[in-house]
Design a binder for this molecule. Structure first.
Ligand SMILES: NC(=O)c1ccc[n+]([C@@H]2O[C@H](COP(=O)([O-])OP(=O)(O)OC[C@H]3O[C@@H](n4cnc5c(N)ncnc54)[C@H](O)[C@@H]3O)[C@@H](O)[C@H]2O)c1
Ligand SMILES: O=C(O)[C@@H](O)[C@@H](O)[C@H](O)[C@H](O)CO
Length: 483
């Protein structure tokens, strides 16, 4: 098959394939998205596509990659079109998304991206740049020693970092008297909007006090809770989509049917009227976000490291392992105890999670979830662990999640597994220490446990010793038995 998906092939797709029925040529951009990975295409772009289908014309997306040209190379020949496959045990549903109008590759022409962001038509800049794209230190403050940050503070005409691009565009808008865009973080960070605002304000203040005050006082950064499992695309997915469409799609997205997006409604320059089921506008996203980060993402990370050590390859396989499944129940009960009493039903959320994690049709690789643990575990595991320890509540399953991570890092250092981490060399060097007390203490020190560091070590170190001597399965069984 040589033909590929593009505007010219839309009309001839099989009738079963949903596709944009609006006039794409009439859509103008209103959103710039940074970090054109799988998640944006399977989540926010779908909701924007719904708005365009409902008649909006000025909320198209110009997406940018801050790193590799791969998504541009795949999508540009396709006029920005790509397929989203909703997949569960009932089968696959295919939909072609038309919301992405153009794709920029920032390193090739940083000024072009800054111009696009500074254009008055751009009213929202959204982000999925992964946790490490925020250039935070482990204490959450701006990593002022990060090479990209140092570069951008000195040369904002050709930025490299996420914060550098945002600052360059905001400086240009400020100079031209154009009000700032709204910044919409869609990454899995606690208080992602407020976190981004704090980091950007600090970056701007390092440029000048006046610019720092401008960002602090004038840039809206609503927080969001984003929830949809979107695994990395495989070649098998590409073949399956080609068979369904009758043309090749270089980069389709496969996801679960579940869709949730909780957004603080603070958009001074307006926003699309998103009515996609699962989208909720609220005043305070914090309770939703804590529940999702600690129950979904916490269990995901714990399953990633323990599952790999047990010989599994994907979430569903690990979750159907009876010992891992029973362990996750204990983890959920510990983490749920830390959630604020905000009227959300965490038991129901976990019941739903069990169905989502058990979706065998979706092969979500444990190595993908295990990647960037040092950026993920603080908010997913370490924060609820510290809160439980401070309150004298049970926390052994949370501590075990960190011990699983250390044991997996140890094996990673010996060549097993494929997950990576910006601090991988340092982490593996610490993890291989035969002295479990020292390994646990050194690694916990990177997770921001504050005053609970020693108490956490007292739980993690013996668990790590037990994993080393008796294996993960035995440790899970003892933990579940309460022994
Ligand atoms: N995939 C999911 O299931 C899911 C669900 C909810 C939230 N998210 C959030 O979205 C993020 C991206 O997930 P994805 O599935 O799109 O991943 P992906 O690997 O497909 O894409 C990651 C994107 O981030 C960019 N990036 C990586 N490091 C960067 C850096 N240092 N600076 C700037 N950009 C950088 C990459 O170039 C790429 O565009 C996650 O880290 C998470 O915070 C993902
Ligand atoms: O670390 C990971 O990759 C996962 O835990 C998340 O991307 C997860 O799939 C999403 O947050 C689900 O909404």
């Amino acid at each position: 098959m040589t033909d590929h998906l593009d505007n010219a092939h839309l009309a001839a797709l099989p009738a079963s394939i949903d596709r944009p029925l609006y006039d794409r040529a009439a859509i103008t951009p209103g959103i710039v998205h940074l970090g054109l990975g799988a998640f944006h295409r399977g989540h926010q772009a779908v909701a924007v596509d719904d708005c365009l289908a409902a008649g909006a014309t000025d909320w198209g997306i110009v997406a940018a990659s801050l790193r590799s040209p791969d998504t541009r190379d795949a999508l540009k020949p396709q006029d920005g079109l790509y397929t989203v496959v909703d997949r569960d045990s009932d089968g696959d549903r295919f939909r072609v998304i038309g919301a992405i109008l153009d794709v920029l590759v920032a390193p090739e022409d940083p000024a072009a991206l800054v111009r696009r962001m500074a254009d008055p038509a751009t009213r929202i800049v959204s982000l999925t740049v992964t946790e490490k794209g925020y250039t935070r230190r482990s204490d959450g403050t701006l990593d002022e020693d990060h090479p990209d940050i140092r570069h951008d503070l000195a040369n904002l005409s050709a930025p490299r970092s996420t914060l550098g691009f945002l600052a360059a565009a905001l400086e240009a808008r400020r100079a031209a008297g154009i009000a700032p865009f709204t910044l919409l973080s869609c990454d899995n960070l606690p208080a992602n909007g407020a976190t981004l605002k704090g980091l950007l304000t600090r970056f701007a203040a390092l440029r000048s006090d006046a610019f720092g005050a401008y960002v602090r006082d004038h840039v809206a950064c609503p927080s969001t809770m984003v929830d949809r499992i979107v695994p990395a695309t495989t070649d098998g997915d590409r073949d399956l989509v080609a068979a369904a469409l009758g043309v090749r799609d270089a980069w389709p997205i496969v996801t679960e049917p579940y869709f949730s997006w909780v957004i603080e409604d603070d958009f001074p320059l307006g926003r699309p009227d998103i009515r996609t089921p699962g989208v909720v506008f609220v005043e305070d996203v914090a309770p939703f976000e804590l529940m999702k980060l600690r129950l979904l993402n916490g269990a995901h990370s714990a399953l990633a490291y323990s599952g790999l050590l047990l010989g599994h390859d994907n979430v569903a396989a690990a979750f159907h392992d009876p010992d891992a499944r029973a362990y996750v129940d204990v983890l959920w009960s510990e983490s749920a105890a830390t959630l604020p009493d905000a009227g959300l039903d965490s038991d129901e959320y976990c019941r739903r999670l069990a169905i989502r994690f058990g979706n065998r049709a979706l092969r979500h690789k444990l190595d993908q979830i295990g990647t960037d643990g040092s950026e993920k575990l603080p908010q997913r595991i370490a924060m609820p662990l510290a809160e439980n320890l401070a309150a004298g509540r049970p926390a052994r399953a949370e501590a075990a999640a960190i011990a699983f991570w250390i044991a997996a890092l140890e094996r990673r250092g010996a060549g097993a597994f494929a997950f990576t981490d910006p601090r991988l060399d340092r982490l593996t060097a610490l993890a291989v220490n035969p002295d479990a007390e020292a390994a646990a203490g050194d690694i916990l020190a990177l997770l921001g446990l504050g005053t609970q560091l020693e108490a956490a070590r007292a739980l993690v170190a013996p668990t790590l010793r037990d994993i080393r001597s008796d294996g993960v399965r035995e440790v899970m069984r003892r933990l579940v038995r309460g022994g």
